[in-house]
Design a protein around this ligand. Sequence first.
Ligand SMILES: [Zn+2]
Length: 314
Amino acid sequence: MRERLRRALEGWAAAPGPAAFLTACRELRSVLLPADCVVCGQPDESLCPGCALAVRHATLRPFNASAGAAMLPHAENRNGTVSGSGFPGTAPEEEMPLSVIAAGRYGGGLSRVLLACKNHGHTDLTGILAEAMARALHEAKRSAQVPGQLAVVPVPGSFHSRTRRGYDPLQLILAKVGHRGLLPVDTGIARVLGYRPGAGAAGLVAAGRRAQKELGAGARRRNVHGTMTAGPPGTLLGMRVLVADDVLTTGATLAEAVRALRAAGAEVVSAAVIAAVRAPAPGAEFTGGIRSVPACGTGGGSTPNEQRPRSEGE
Ligand SMILES: [Zn+2]
């Protein structure tokens, strides 16, 4: 490791330039902050080049993951009403779930990177997750086919999880998407959604401190219902929204976010997540993935971690 730092510094001295400087910085960081790849455990970097490539590959083809999430809300018609309701000849079974575009399937390296970023302080991995998020946002915007401005509204981290982690991973990831100029055209991040005061604590008490993923479908819905707010009715009238979250499991958390946004008057047209837990339905694959999102640097930190879906509602 130190030998590589020496070589990198010599290389920088011999041919000063941004690339050599960045190489030297990366080697210096690996000496000061030794890390293992969160996916394969290989030393020196928190995500080795091989695993970074695999994670990138797993998020190149965003797909519609709605079919795998039973608790998603219904899509909204352009005139602001929920699909299937109030329309002559439209039976309830024809109601379409809200479109949720996932960059990749939850599993393998992608889930390990997400968990490392969310639960093990690996904020240095936000770059590769921002790329994946950007791909999902682009496809969600494209498939929504709505004119004009779209507000990208992140699902907030609860007070409890922010306190425990000291940061909100999704906010960091979306901030990186914005800073790198990877947001789709005519979109901007709008942090209009929050938890009602005390809602996070109430939800936890209701769940008996069990994680959302361990609850049954009905309990999941009750656990999150009414916990979020986007302001009084009419506050967001005229705002078209693309909701962003990190992982789609049953859709209970997204459903609550959408409920709060619609209650405030917003029109929710689509949602985008980095990873979806369930496999997409046959034929749901998207074939025109955005492949031009630039690569990002990784590295630093430590602690490999277990593979486990996230606790929805956290
Ligand atoms: Zn690796």
